[in-house]
Design a protein around this ligand. Sequence first.
Ligand code: ZN
Ligand code: ZN
Length: 325
Amino acid sequence: MERIQLENTVFEGQNNAYLFDGDRTALIDTGVGTDAGKIQLEQGLADYGLSFADVDTVLLTHYHGDHSGLASDIQAVSGATVHVHQADARLVAGEPVAWDALATRQRDLFDEWGMPTVTKESLVEYLNSGPDLYGESVDVEPFVAGDVFDIGEVELTAIHTPGHTAGLSCFATDDGVVFSGDALLPVYTPNVGGADVRVDRSLERYLKTLKTIADREFDRAWPGHRNLIEDPTARALEVFEHHEVRSRRVLEALQRLGLANAWEVSADLFGDLEEIHVLHGPGEAYAHLEHLEHAGDIERTAGGYRLTPDTEERLDAIDDEGWPL
Ligand SMILES: [Zn+2]
Ligand SMILES: [Zn+2]
């Protein structure tokens, strides 16, 4: 396996595509679908004497353009089979109905979060005006958890790890290595709540994903961005704790604000946000509020969320530590 590192100034920073070149040639993820991204991936393959035309199989961790964006270019010249989890398949396939439904869900949620109209309008414009990261439509072969891909050099088993997107999946070898996409990252924690608004109770799903990864006790994880994760279990537990601390911050924000919507909690936690963070900040706040509401820790009223009297007491009683999730 070879790692091809790709620059990406659009999302979380440097992207990885993973190349397998046994009797068949396969890629996990492709990098972003921009002209610059394409040149970089072509160069990365050329370093191993390969071109897009040689690629037989593309495994996608999820639909986001920084992972799937070049699948259509590769498929156009090689006829490669492109696999993606069934929950993300229609977006990668470029089905207008699926993209329209996503856009509608975003607008509905922006209202539910309490985003001011002027912000909502500029965010929608931003989301529609960015460089086209997604490439053309792709002929996709959907998979489900447990499907095994024999890609020549190695066999990879799909693990469904939703939260960040509905279909996000990792690919595991049978000797302790996992390709974790955006499910587990070394530096940032992947956004939940805003990154794929189709996912309901996204934090709950993501916490389960972290437990799934931790329980597997992988030897190492190759992530979708940045460098090797040498202790995936420790990293998964660290991200879990990060969310416990974040939930506590959300509760403290409600303690200060009394009654607040996701937009107000986001502003309290993160201040003014720009570009994609205008989506991710309130999305993250919403993911936590939704989770806390479901756990009975907070109540939702017409005017926003508020602490239950019981939570107010518990919060005062515990020291400055995370809220157990
Ligand atoms: Zn992503
Ligand atoms: Zn990503």
